[in-house]
Ligand binder design. Structure first.
Ligand code: NAD
Length: 484
């Protein structure tokens, strides 16, 4: 591609307008064809400082508004974004790779999440404890934290941002976001649209850049009071350490390796559909994705056959081509990592039932594609069991009973999501109580609800997003005692 077809973008949105970052240009690649189509300069520590300064200046006025007024302003701004979804959808597909349909689902969900917290802004109520002593009452005040840094990955750039932005802003904080270096464009336009829709300057700022320069500068910045991070477990651990000086608050939404347990009394058709959807959606690049299946031996052949058939039927294609059901992986490195994990699992004794390499379609050769893959009957210590597989490859194991399945499910450093398929309520309850994970779906596809708190156990994270509980992570409480 000639350089004159490469667009250059300013790289930041600060204080209500574009801001030109001073760092080295980062290439933005279309994963469907493997070509660079834009360059975005990364944010330097000075650019981060400018953005944090804008957020700090906006804080006083924003936090002083009535909570319902903040909700009203955010709601109007979100509606403005919603009216531009047709413009945003192809931008997201071009930089991320996902299908146009999935981009629309993601962006619609991002707006829904903003609106969910707009709704909660009208219902927030506090606590009052009468009679602490004769004539003495207590109340619990909530105050915003201040400037929040939001760091998000490339798999769902806008929903993962709004999970942080919505409760942070409604609670009275201001935000500086750092999108992944490879997916800044939708986020920058999203910020511009929120500003056009009436969000005051400085309340929400974006600085694009690498994790090592821009991300680190944001985490280290002394004025930032909290880092809300979604990404991999190793980076989450680094951020927790970097945030220690000054006791910055952190929420860490990290990697997962969600187990799915299919019992012998399950609706096997529905379970197989949920497994296929839960593993291959977004080309398998989701934190909450079904990454390991444990199926009772007596029904395993039927389940494995159904899941394999579904994997083989999926239409893999470029995100912007009509009819594509699964797009490419986001980068060549991501594809190669998944291919390596599958190969090492096969080398250790797994049986390949579908996929295992690029799709058989010469038109897709230049993109970062990997066919939907199913591997069965591998040993239990293979990479597909012990590591997070962030791509379209599903391992399936046979188990003797529910207790073996639960033990296998828990034999992972991760504890994000999980699902259980059975018609027996006692079995469902037994499993839900014992699986070490922040979410367990029973006979349900693995959908995340704004209404319910979400967050990982063990190496999958710290703190909660979603639900009214999210406000706990964007406020400090203070107990105030009124004497007689
Ligand atoms: P990543 O951890 O490499 O990067 C995530 C973000 O952190 C990016 O914006 C990156 O630039 C930034 N970053 C990297 N190093 C940094 C540093 N030292 N300081 C500050 N910021 C830094 O993750 P990824 O590979 O982009 O995303 C995939 C991972 O995200 C997977 O592990 C996936 O499971 C996880 N994820 C978790 C959730 C969840 O809610 N639990 C949701 C989606 C994705």
């Amino acid at each position: 591609m000639s350089t004159d077809t490469i667009t250059t973008v300013a790289g930041a949105f600060v204080d209500g307008r574009e801001h030109a970052n001073a760092g080295d240009p980062l290439p933005i690649t279309n994963p469907g064809i493997g070509e660079v189509f834009a360059e975005v300069p990364g944010g330097t520590p000075d650019d981060v400082d400018t953005a944090v300064g804008a957020a700090a200046r906006a804080l006083q006025e924003w936090s002083a508004l009535a909570v319902s007024k903040r909700g009203e302003i955010l709601g109007a701004a979100a509606r403005h974004v919603e009216s531009h979804l047709d413009e945003l959808v192809p931008v997201l597909t071009r930089e991320q790779g996902k299908t146009l349909r999935d981009s629309r689902i993601e962006l619609t969900k991002a707006v829904d999440t903003l609106m969910h917290y707009v709704g909660l802004s009208k219902t927030l109520r506090g606590a009052h404890t009468p009679g602490l002593d004769p004539g003495v009452d207590g109340i619990v005040l909530r105050r915003p934290l201040g400037v929040v840094g939001a760091i998000v990955p490339w798999n769902f750039p806008t929903t993962l941002l709004c999970n942080k932005l919505a409760p942070a802003l409604v609670a009275g904080n201001t935000v500086v976001a750092k999108p992944a270096g490879t997916t800044p464009l939708t986020t920058l336009r999203f910020a511009q649209l929120l500003a056009e829709g009436g969000l005051p300057a400085g309340v929400f700022n974006v600085v694009t850049g690498s994790g090592s320069v821009t991300g680190t500068a944001l985490v280290r910045h002394p004025v930032v009071r909290k880092i809300a991070f979604t990404g991999s477990t190793p980076v989450g651990e680094q951020i927790m350490a970097l945030a220690a000086p000054g006791m910055k608050r952190v929420t860490l939404e990290l990697g997962g390796s969600d187990p799915m347990i299919i019992c012998d009394d399950a609706d096997l058709d529905a379970a197989a559909s949920a497994a296929s959807m839960g593993r291959f959606y977004n080309c398998g690049q989701a934190c909450l994705a079904i990454k390991r299946v444990y199926v009772f031996d007596s029904v395993a052949d039927e389940v494995i056959e159904q899941i394999t058939a579904k994997a083989k039927r999926l239409k893999v294609g470029r995100g912007d081509v009509k009819g594509s059901q699964m797009g490419p992986l986001h980068t060549a490195a991501q594809r190669d990592e998944v291919a390596g994990q599958v190969q090492r699992t096969l080398d250790a004794g797994g049986t390949l039932l579908a996929g295992g390499g690029p799709p058989d379609d010469a038109d897709l050769d230049s993109g970062f594609f990997y066919a939907p893959t199913v591997v069965a009957d591998a040993p239990h210590d293979v990479p597909m069991a012990t590591e997070e597989v962030f791509g379209p490859a599903l391992p399936i194991w046979r188990v003797a009973d529910l207790d073996e399945a639960i033990a296998r499910a828990n034999a992972s450093p991760f504890g994000l999501g999980s699902s259980v398929w059975t018609r027996d309520l006692a079995r469902a309850r037994h499993a839900a109580e014992r699986i070490e994970a922040g979410y367990t779906w029973i006979n349900s596809r693995t959908k995340v609800y704004d209404e319910l708190p979400f967050g990982g156990w063990k190496s999958s994270g710290y703190g909660k997003e979603h639900g009214i509980e999210a406000f706990d992570y964007y406020t400090e409480t203070k107990s105030v005692v009124f004497g007689a």
